[in-house]
Every structure is written in C-alpha cells, then in structure tokens.
Design a protein around this ligand. Structure first.
Ligand SMILES: Nc1nc2c(ncn2[C@@H]2O[C@H](COP(=O)(O)OP(=O)(O)OP(=O)(O)O)[C@@H](O)[C@H]2O)c(=O)[nH]1
Ligand SMILES: [Mg+2]
Length: 192
C-alpha cells in the first residue's frame, strides 16, 4: 500500500464519537518510550505527524491519524511510565482499557510495540491478556533493532517464541525503517 495522505484528526481522552464511526483502526500500544509515535511516523513517511521525544510519557491522549482517507492509525499513550506517579498512571491505564473495550470499536489490528533489547515485560503480558480477551488481532513489533546485533536479535526472538508461541513478531527499526513495506502490509491485513 502506498501512503497518499495522512492527517491528524483529533486526540481524545475518553469515549468519543470517532470510536463509533466505521473507519477501521490500526492501534499502536506499548510501554512508554518504546517508539510507538516514531513507528507511526516512519510508516506514514509524512514528516513528523505524531509527537515523539526522549522523555517518557510524551503522548498523553489517544491520537487519531486518518490514512489514505480510509483508515485510522491510532497512537496511544504508553503504559508502565513510573515518573508520572500513581494517579497519572492509573488514569492512562483506564483510558487505554476503555479504548480497547469500547463496544463496537472497529479495530483491525493492534500493534504491540516492544523494545528489542528488553523483550516482553510484565506490563506487556498484562496488555496481551486484555487484547486477547477482547478478541483483537495482535501483531508484536520488536522495535529499535538498529541497537541489536545478530546474537541479541535471535536471543530475544527465541525468548518471545517460548513465552508467546502463537504470536506474530516482526523485528523493526523506526530509525532505519528496514522492513517497512512488509510491516505495513501485515498491519493493514484483515483478521483471518
Ligand atoms: N535507536 C532507536 N531509537 C528509537 C527507535 N524508535 C524510537 N526511538 C527513540 O525512542 C524515543 C521514544 O520514542 P517515541 O516514539 O516518542 O516513543 P513512544 O512509545 O511514542 O513514547 P510515549 O509517547 O512516551 O509512550 C525517542 O528518543 C526516539 O527517537 C528505533 O527504532 N531505534
Ligand atoms: Mg508517543
């Protein structure tokens, strides 16, 4: 698929009419700072659409980008962000849960992004359970692969294969963008 247009539509923090329209959504979720916003920017290739940053907790709302006028890419705030304090963390967790359990939400794929050096964390396993319980299609993106050598890559891949054998895992780097076309194709594929 060629990206011909990508525009920011809106950011929400709770139930909203955009969740009820019929446009299919590709959602990006993961721990704070794993590169959700960077991955979206790299895939859409329209300069900097989604805000990124070195500091954790950069994305505070659920941001909708309309792509090719026919689907949304959805940038979510990260979970497991310690610095924000308990209440902040709980509010973000609540926002994420509300989104994934919204009745009738038209989610095509959830891209769960992890850091290739870190692998799956307790927070990610928790999120995977929630996504599975709600019947969502999940693809794991192992990001920041530019920072791993071959040995580290295969170690992380085999660890994940043991922990989540049925999971589709795609190594990626939002910086080098290697494997971008294949990743896009997998993300926009319809549920089997
Ligand atoms: N080396 C490397 N750095 C990356 C990659 N992707 C993102 N980063 C860096 O990681 C940091 C966080 O990136 P963001 O895209 O803001 O991460 P996020 O997951 O959206 O973070 P929150 O919105 O805070 O949850 C930035 O400094 C990025 O430049 C990657 O593939 N490789
Ligand atoms: Mg972000």
């Amino acid at each position: 698929m060629n990206i011909t247009s990508a525009i920011f539509v809106k950011g929400i923090t709770g139930p909203d009419s955009i969740l009820r329209d019929l446009v299919p959504e590709i959602a990006f979720i993961g721990r704070s700072n794993v590169g959700k916003s960077s991955t979206i920017n790299s895939l859409l290739g329209q300069g900097v659409l989604a805000r990124t940053g070195k500091k954790q907790g950069k994305t505070r709302e659920i941001n909708f980008f309309k792509v090719n006028d026919k689907m949304y890419f959805v940038d979510l705030p990260g979970y497991g962000f310690a610095q924000g304090g308990y209440e902040d963390r709980e509010a973000i967790r609540e926002m994420i849960l509300e989104y994934f359990t919204f009745p009738g939400i038209n989610l095509r794929t959830v891209a769960l992004i992890i850091d290739g050096k870190v692998g799956l964390t307790e927070f990610d396993r928790d999120m995977l359970d929630i996504l599975r319980d709600n019947g969502h299609r999940v693809v794991v993106i192992m990001n920041k692969m530019d920072r791993l050598n071959q040995k580290e890559t295969s170690e992380t891949l085999s660890r994940i294969a043991k922990e989540a054998p049925d999971m589709e895992v795609i190594p990626y780097s939002a910086i080098t963008k290697a494997g971008k076309d294949r990743l896009l194709k997998i993300l926009i594929a319809k549920k089997a």
